[in-house]
Design a protein around this ligand. Structure first.
Ligand code: AFP
Length: 341
């Protein structure tokens, strides 16, 4: 038996312990956030296990009749898991899910002070080929528990209290920010616990990767086309950037956060607002990027300054290393200047 390794394992920083430590710095904290988060973690563990079993259990797509019961699609199942966990936490008030057309207002008897916007299984079109997929979430505080309206979730991203994602890949990694930096936790299957493995993640100031669906290039606007051209044919003597695009936002953003570079899903002539959703894709990822020292921009403004008017609103997004996003901002500023001249 390896006693040295065993001794090592007696002082693990689990995600709950980490959040408790963070919350204990706030004298007004009553443990509600920690309870909410532990229910999100429970949802992530459930989905991680379902994703792992997906091939075997034929959970991929509508697998038809199994034991007399129709198997649910993995994204529908994940949504049910998260809605139940979040309502069951007794700490939520309004939920917005990518899977549900309308927001869910929690029964007044079970209400707490948090709103959670989430995509239970983002990138689900990748499930069938085993590519990493993930859950994305953003958490807000409601203004008045007795008078909850949709406006409680239609807040600018900068008012978010916390955000994160859980990536179901070769390992299961949960990346979280509660507004004081970004930390990554990896699920230890033998313990069933998320352990702090990536403390205080900082994105490199400049990266060597760009990540975009180039198939949309014919519809791009001038700044995006110029930026991608610069990535391939830099004029300042720097090496060209590599292109990496998975088509699963959690996986693309995770790589961007760790290795640096820029992830873009711009507007184009066909989709003037881009593809990605403000409340449960753009805001949570932008919050993490800023907390890691990067930037996030919509083509017009800082992404977290956006004020959504609809729960499933979309926005163009450019996020990643500070200097790379700065270049994109300069190209948009140049265009705005030339069109006003
Ligand atoms: P799915 O959930 O339909 O797979 O969409 C994934 C996603 O919302 C996001 O995770 C990707 O970054 C983006 O769409 C990829 O979009 P394209 O396929 O248009 O590149």
């Amino acid at each position: 038996m390896d006693h040295a390794a065993d001794a090592h394992r007696t002082d693990l920083m689990t995600i709950t312990r980490h959040v408790l430590n963070e919350q204990s710095r706030n004298p007004e904290s009553r443990g509600d956030f920690t309870i909410l988060l532990s229910h999100i973690v429970l949802g992530c563990k459930f989905v991680a296990s379902a994703v792992n079993k997906a091939g075997l259990a034929q959970l991929i797509g509508l697998a038809g009749e199994t034991n007399g019961e129709e198997q649910k699609k993995l994204d529908v199942l994940s949504n049910e898991v998260f809605v139940k966990a979040l309502v069951g936490s007794g700490r939520t008030c309004v939920l917005v899910s990518e899977e549900d057309e309308e927001a869910t207002f929690v029964d007044p008897k079970l209400r707490g002070k948090y709103c959670v916007c989430f995509d239970p299984l983002d990138g689900s079109s990748n499930i069938d080929c085993g590519v990493s997929i993930g859950t994305i979430f953003g958490i807000y505080m409601i203004k008045d528990k007795d008078n909850v309206t949709l406006s409680d979730v239609l807040q600018p991203g900068k008012d978010m209290l916390a955000s994160g994602y859980c990536m179901y890949g070769s390992s299961c990694t949960l990346v979280l920010s509660t507004g004081s930096g970004v930390n990554g936790f990896t699920l230890d299957p033998s313990l069933g616990e998320f352990i702090l493995t990536h403390p205080d993640i900082k994105i490199p100031k400049k990266g060597r990767i760009y990540s975009v669906n180039e198939g949309n290039a014919k519809n791009w606007d001038v700044p995006v086309a110029k930026f991608v051209e610069k990535c391939k044919y830099p004029k300042d003597g720097s090496p060209p950037k590599s292109l990496r695009y998975i088509g699963s936002m959690v996986a693309d953003v995770h790589r961007t956060l760790l290795y640096g570079g820029v992830f873009l899903y711009p507007a184009d002539q066909k989709s003037p607002n881009g593809k990605l959703r403000v409340l449960y894709e753009v805001f949570p990822m932008s919050f993490l990027m800023e907390q890691a020292g990067g930037q996030s921009f919509t083509g017009k403004e800082r992404a977290l300054d956006l004020v959504p008017t609809k729960i499933h609103e979309r926005s163009p997004i450019f996020l990643g290393s500070y200097d790379d996003v700065e270049e994109i901002k300069a190209l948009y500023a140049e265009q705005a200047k030339s069109s006003s001249a």
